[in-house]
Write a protein that binds this ligand. Structure first.
Ligand SMILES: O=c1ccn([C@@H]2O[C@H](COP(=O)(O)O)[C@@H](O)[C@H]2O)c(=O)[nH]1
Length: 274
């Protein structure tokens, strides 16, 4: 089953809310843990245990694990395993992208099921040229995994690059054009998604009908609301996966509070989708 098909089924079952598993040092302290590997492990696995049974997707941010070196990456492996065991899809936020031969090594690390870090999908950066992502695309197709390509990110600095015009098209629009091509004919939904922030002032004139999922970070802590999703994405909102990390994790470590927040967000988003 393709990633796109698995995602559609998971969202139908649990809702379109994705929880970021981002062990910020400040959150570890707020949960009463030290900012060390033991604290990282208790925090991350506790968060996954509380939220993963209630959401379609979890999104660990790799940077927060990498900062502890190999022992942090070992915790990330366990987070991926625990998320999947709880029935959630795992989207690893790595934002990788390099020359093609190096992209292949990244794709092998994160998308080949034989790798200890294999997950369902990853975020990738197209700013070495969309063609440099081809090894990710080929590997994702080979293993029924997915990609989310940065298109219009949630941070205020993004437009400097993403709104630049080349060949008469903005960089963001060009990214979506490539995704439209990759997802053509996919049923029920393509496996090649875009990252479009829930913090945008408007839709930037983007044609979001590219037959793929839209990851919308910035929902929650960065100020994005359900009303913003409706405003920015219009009809495209049916393919939106809204994601929040700190906005949920701040409610821990009480598992009931974490699970309740996930269920409420899923209900609110389901209502939005009709
Ligand atoms: O455009 C983007 C792309 C990715 N992110 C990532 O999402 C989470 C957001 O965390 P919050 O605590 O909900 O703000 C984080 O992992 C970012 O690296 C993004 O924010 N914007």
């Amino acid at each position: 089953m393709t990633f796109g098909a698995r995602l559609v089924a998971a969202v139908a079952d649990r809702g379109p809310f994705c929880v970021g598993i981002d062990p910020h040092a400040s959150l570890l302290h707020a949960w009463g843990y030290d900012d060390d590997v033991a604290g990282l492990e208790r925090f991350a696995l506790g968060a996954v245990e509380a939220v993963a049974p209630h959401c379609s997707v979890i999104k660990p941010q790799s940077a927060f694990y990498e900062r502890f070196g190999s022992r942090g990456v070992a915790v990330l492996e366990r987070v991926i395993e625990a998320g999947r065991a709880a029935g959630a899809l795992v989207l690893l936020d790595i934002k990788r992208g390099d020359i093609g031969s190096t992209s292949q090594a990244y794709a092998d690390a994160y998308l080949d099921p034989a790798s200890p870090l294999a997950c369902d999908a990853v975020t990738v950066s197209p700013y070495l040229g969309f063609g440099s992502l081809q090894p990710f695309v080929d590997t994702a197709e080979k293993f029924d995994a997915g990609l989310f390509v940065l298109a219009a990110t949630s941070n205020k600095e993004g437009p400097e690059v993403q709104e630049a015009v080349t060949g008469g098209r903005t960089v963001s629009a060009t990214v979506l054009d490539h995704l439209r091509r990759l997802n053509a004919d996919a049923v029920p939904l393509g496996s090649f998604g875009a990252v479009v922030g829930a913090t945008l002032e408007d839709d930037r004139g983007l044609d979001l009908a590219f037959n793929g999922p839209i990851l919308a970070p910035g929902y929650g802590e960065q100020g994005g609301t359900t009303a913003d999703l409706r405003r920015i994405f219009g009809a495209g909102v049916r393919n939106v996966l809204a994601t929040s990390s700190r906005g949920v994790l701040r409610l821990g470590p009480d598992p009931a509070a974490l699970a309740g927040a996930v269920r409420r967000s899923n209900d609110e988003l389901r209502e939005l989708l009709g």
